[in-house]
Ligand binder design. Structure first.
Ligand SMILES: [Zn+2]
Length: 84
């Protein structure tokens, strides 16, 4: 295994790390709902891209309600299994 011959100076480490900073992401705002969106990406809030509707957006809470419904059905199935 290779071993460094000399300890690297603080200055050298810091100079190397001067390029490691994260860059700010370039966000633009959706023309329809004014929410911040990534460039060349459909808006995840309203599902539009370049003025066209490209995604079907479910209502808020619809996903949660669906998950609960599935959970209930699963529980029902398991109950029926136990009876047999
Ligand atoms: Zn939008």
């Amino acid at each position: 295994m290779s071993v460094p011959k000399k300890q690297q100076t603080k200055s050298a480490s810091r100079q190397r790390r001067s390029h490691n900073a994260l860059k700010k992401i370039n966000l633009s705002s959706c023309p329809k709902c004014k929410k911040p969106v990534l460039p060349h990406t459909a808006c995840l809030n309203c599902g539009t891209y370049k003025g066209r509707q490209v995604l079907t957006i479910k209502e808020k809470g619809a996903k949660k309600a669906e998950a609960e419904k599935r959970k209930k059905e699963k529980a029902k199935k398991e109950k029926n299994k136990g009876k047999k």
